[in-house]
Write a protein that binds this ligand. Sequence first.
Ligand code: NAD
Length: 252
Amino acid sequence: MSSPFSLHGRRAVVTGANTGIGQGIAVALAAAGAEVLAMGRSSMADTLARIEAAGGTAREVTADLSPPMAAAEVIGRLWDEVGPLDILVNNAGIIRRADAVDFTEADWDAVMDLNLKSAFFAAQALARHALAAERPAKIINVASLLSFQGGIRVASYTASKSGLAGLTRLLACEWAARGINVNAIAPGYVETNNTEALRKDAERASDILKRIPAGRWARPEDMGGAAVFLASNAADYVNGIVLPVDGGWLAR
Ligand code: NAD
């Protein structure tokens, strides 16, 4: 009997898969059987090696996703040249830190363009092709605890991730009856480049750790199981959720 969590025969695009959460998700999807298209602007060599070592299949797709239509264009090209895409993980994201009174327009635009605008048009591109081909699809957005909370010193990041949660619900409502599931994962505090500055600030790092019921920061691979679930048939009736994978942070 095949497992409802199996991703055999599925093709998955994971953006920003060279490191961190994107890498953790890419490896987990590949281990569940998906062919992974690891998309981003940096070399995917490490991710491809990890997937190969786990017996999975992956290829690298080079793209700078900051221009908001770039991901959409690449998705269209991949669909035509490689074949239908079943899963999209909108993971690539950046953060800029400054007090709100000092926040610059450049730091606002850079974060919103990649984290929100590019993610929307990537989802739209996948949906256009999937709907036209009458194929089901799964879209997973990587949201944040700052989809639920305010945070400090990260105005554009909080705006982008709160926006992404709203967009996840809107797209789920529009596409649920047409075979496209749109959901999000909200990682807690994960040991990646994104949180390097926080982890170097001894006081903030210790305050954060004290509040995590699980008693440790997350590792990128902690996000894999939720991604496999939301990408699989096991989640066929799951639409528009933002699933915290946070060691209990929001339960506190
Ligand atoms: P990371 O910095 O390791 O990963 C970010 C990824 O985005 C990298 O692969 C990077 O190459 C890619 N990227 C950045 N700019 C790009 C561009 N212009 N074009 C293509 N790719 C680009 O950090 P991470 O923590 O793994 O972040 C991954 C996602 O998880 C982000 O959306 C982030 O907001 C989110 N997130 C992280 C945490 C955390 O605690 N680390 C918590 C919640 C959400």
